[in-house]
Ligand binder design. Sequence first.
Ligand code: M6R
Length: 614
Amino acid sequence: MCGIVGYAGPRRVIPVVLEGLKRLEYRGYDSAGVVYLQDGKLIKYRCQGKLSNLEAIIDEAIMAPSHIGLGHTRWATHGAPTTENAHPHSDCTGDLVVVHNGIIENYHSLREELRAKGHRFTSETDTEVLAHLIEENLDGDLVAAIRKTLDLVEGSYAIGVLWAGMPDTLVAARNQSPLVLGIDENGQGSFMASDIPALLPFTKQVIFLEDREFALLTAGDCSVYSLLSGEKIEKKVTTIEWNAAMAEKAGFKHFMLKEIFEQPQAITNTISGRINPESGEVDIPEIGITDEDVRYIERIFLVACGTSWHAALVAKYWIEKYAGIPVEVDIASEFRYRRLIVNDRVLTVSISQSGETADTLAGIRLAKKLGSKVVTICNVVGSTMTREAHGTVYTHAGPEIGVASTKAFTAQLAALFLFTLFLGQRKGVISPEKSRELGQALIGIAEVIKEKLPVIQTQIQQLIESFYSCRDFLFIGRGLNFPIALEGALKLKEISYIHAEGYAAGELKHGPIALIDKEMPILALVPQDAVYQKVISNVEEIKARQGRLILIGTEGDQHLKTITDDIIYLPAVHEDMNPILYTIPAQLLAYAIATRRGCDVDQPRNLAKCVTVE
Ligand code: M6R
């Protein structure tokens, strides 16, 4: 998604803005631009493609003695990813610029009205309408013009505005699109950004802007106001625990690989302090629901998108099995547009790495309106979902930069297993013995992964030579591992562009088996669990049709060798931990194939890290 960075302060602005934009590259973008104010004039550079293209054209401007400016990386929604459509966008005079994330839904009618009044447009974007509408409403008072403009627009926005007529001040405003402000308490200025990593090289003191708020940023001040009333709002300053080094590659070739290897730590950080290692008793103080709430719940909705949705699918098995509460799992973009039977006896749980995914956010807002309690399982401290939910279970995975989610997923699984234990224990339906057994299984899984990771990586590397050039790939799993088949397929298609599908193994014969021939690779997850024999039967059906099988199964399972030579063996762990463990080879397979094909794994084409538009 688009990225915004703005700065006002004593440093030279362009290096600050570029550094911030680089930290947002992981969000995905296809063009970029910057603007700064010098000698009363706004100087703007924009280009198609990567930030390196922008740096090449900025050249001397990098050292421009300007101390206020904005930058933007654009992920195209309205209009192709061209230089003309790149932000910042100017008004007719060129004295006012706007950068924008989100979508202005009524831009078409606004543009026609503005055209009729003589405004000339130079791009196909919805954003340019904002610049012209502010110009139209501007009568010496920029804040009044922006408030009037934002009152007229429908849709979502996080914006940064700079006007030559108010040369010391940046204006920031948001509605349904994230924007965070940074304050450097050492007098090094004020910042705005669409995501925390952009601020980490400069400050850890942040203020989260809420919907319908705006801020005035100068070198020495950062004040927030209501867009509706214009009144000043006292905001809490939050200190971010992440540091800039956590968002760097630390010697790994890609963020994705680094994040795969960070999983044992991410899991440990997510569960530590929340589970008693002896008894397995779980305590999550910030969860926002009482024991009474747990007993009152009749049903749970798990709402998420993409990889987070796969985590929800695994959690359904766990919660129903151990807490005895019926669970419905919904893709957020579907959830928000169907007739929901939700009331105060329903608990809605959103699962999101970013806490900003537009559909998931809309889903929890809707559920809340219908009377449901809302808990969010989220990785980003202070994100919109954590502020809007009644309670939060943070996944302490640290910043995830790779567009393909890895450590956030396994940390979500760990958090969801904790959540399952919490529900079962508070309802009194898990015996102390079971609590101990499950708690210890969860605590032990990080160590198993840590030990096996390098081994699996080597085995995968050897295996992919005969698979990396294939056109299609199937993944199958059953029970708890069916969602991992979906996740494996998603990882592969996201970063290698190979067409891949995940299926419930038992469903294969109802259609997809028609795809099997001697060209088709099929990765089957076959741990020795309750459905092992069933999956083996499905695998035999594939073998009979000459499919090219890769099996991921339990160490010591000799039977697998009678089926194929391409086997990754994993240690036997508690059956409920298999989804966490079996995710690792699926991620490494996708990574190895994508790098072998020369793909940009950290920033795959067309994808954005955080989808803040519908
Ligand atoms: O930040 P979220 O967890 O809400 O994001 C949800 C999806 O957009 C995300 O998981 C996406 O599918 C990733 N690209 C998966 O690797």
